[in-house]
Design a protein around this ligand. Structure first.
Ligand SMILES: *Cc1c(COP(=O)(O)O)cnc(C)c1O
Length: 375
């Protein structure tokens, strides 16, 4: 058996040909493919605007510069990749870590309690963890009642739906962000995007992506003006061509992820391996997370990871609580009361989940997991 990682891209001949065509063309970057990709991505998500950027972290950075002011307090989750909270710091704002609910997403009821008592909180950064939609009704209520700005981190959730609301449509948020890292739903190598329905936010994002610079038809041919301290966070035409080609297969990728999730659900039903949630129609399954009570087990989580790796299976852990990272501890974080996150962190791990995973490989993963857990 060859090594089975927890996540992996799917690149086919059409993707390779799309990239090669750009290499033969006039524009390697900032050509026609960027706008075509942005348009297709906005349409897929059901948002008015999309700005493609160099990675998901850059997307979080730019969106945070547009949405936040220095010193703003922002509610966010400890259960995410570092970049979600880091972006709040990039903008000179202050993350406030809130415990998670049983599904791994930030506990929005707890957020509401905090919003009731602390009117200095200006924004909310939830993450659609593992691909499960953030509760849209609750988001709507929080925005309407408390006037907080919302950025949805949808890096895990492309194509997820709740009713007729698609992830990153920004139906109940100012902005959403996506990542096109190879382990995510579709890839551009590195890449990311911000979606929004606000023209004003869209224009600020475009300016910040390109050095804070603007050029209008009224200016002299050589003129450009810098209006803000921006960056070079452009995505290339090479990458956008790959993205367009991947986007055509996205629904097939997601269908396969859901089929694999249902098969895992079935295999673990009534066993010591507890899925974070079973299929509920609201997840596009970037991750398949399970929980095991290692207190009731003959091996530790560390031993499980080592033994599975020896059998060619890559497990991962999503996530180490961000607020407990040494850097965050150095800023005074890490002592928040987060009992659900603490227990979740003890018990959770992620199993291989990617569209190229075959039924045969998945059966091997399941069989090996039980074998190793039962010593
Ligand atoms: C991957 C990821 C990001 C960052 O995306 P990059 O493209 O790797 O910069 C942000 N948030 C979450 C939840 C992610 O999983």
């Amino acid at each position: 058996m060859h090594f089975i990682p927890y996540g992996k891209q799917w690149i086919d001949k059409a993707d390779i040909e799309a990239v090669v065509r750009i290499l033969h063309s006039d524009y390697l970057t900032t050509g026609p493919k960027v706008q075509a990709f942005e348009k297709a991505m906005a349409a897929y998500c059901g948002a008015k605007y999309c700005v493609a950027v160099s990675n998901g972290t850059a997307a979080l950075h730019l969106a945070s510069l547009v949405l936040l002011n220095k010193g703003d307090k922002v509610l966010t989750t400890p259960n995410s990749f570092l970049a979600t909270a880091n972006a709040i710091l990039y903008a000179g704002a202050k993350p406030v870590f809130v415990d998670i609910a049983q599904d791994g997403n930030i506990d929005l009821s707890l957020c509401e309690k905090i919003l009731q008592t602390d009117r200095t909180i200006k924004a909310l950064y939830p993450v659609a963890f593992s691909g499960k939609m953030i509760d849209q009704q609750k988001l709507k209520e929080l925005r309407e009642t408390y006037g907080v700005k919302v950025l949805e981190d949808c890096a895990h959730a492309m194509g997820a739906k709740e009713g007729d609301i698609t992830a990153a449509s920004c139906t109940n948020s100012e902005c959403s962000i996506l990542s096109f890292h190879p382990v995510k739903h579709m890839t551009t190598g590195e890449g990311g995007a911000v979606t929004t329905n606000s023209k004003e936010i869209y224009e600020k994002l475009l300016m910040l992506r390109g050095h804070g610079m603007i050029k209008t038809s009224k200016m002299k041919p050589w003129e450009y003006e810098m209006h803000d301290l921006g960056f070079n966070y452009r995505l290339t035409d090479i990458q956008c061509a790959l993205g367009l080609s991947q986007l055509e297969k996205l629904d097939i990728f997601i269908k396969r992820r859901i089929a694999l999730a249902k098969q895992y659900d079935e295999a673990f039903s009534g066993t010591m391996v507890k899925p974070l949630y079973t299929y509920n129609g609201k997840s596009s399954y970037h991750l398949y997370v399970v929980q095991v009570d290692f207190g009731q087990c003959s091996i530790s989580k560390e031993e499980l990871f080592v033994k599975m790796k020896a059998k060619q299976i890559g497990l991962q852990l999503h996530y180490i609580p961000i607020n407990k990272q040494p850097y965050y501890r150095s800023l005074g974080y890490g002592k928040e009361t987060t009992p659900v996150m603490d227990q979740y962190y003890e018990q959770c791990f992620s199993l291989p989940m990617f569209p190229k995973l075959t039924d045969c490989e998945q059966k091997y993963v399941i069989m090996t997991l039980f074998e190793v857990l039962h010593g």
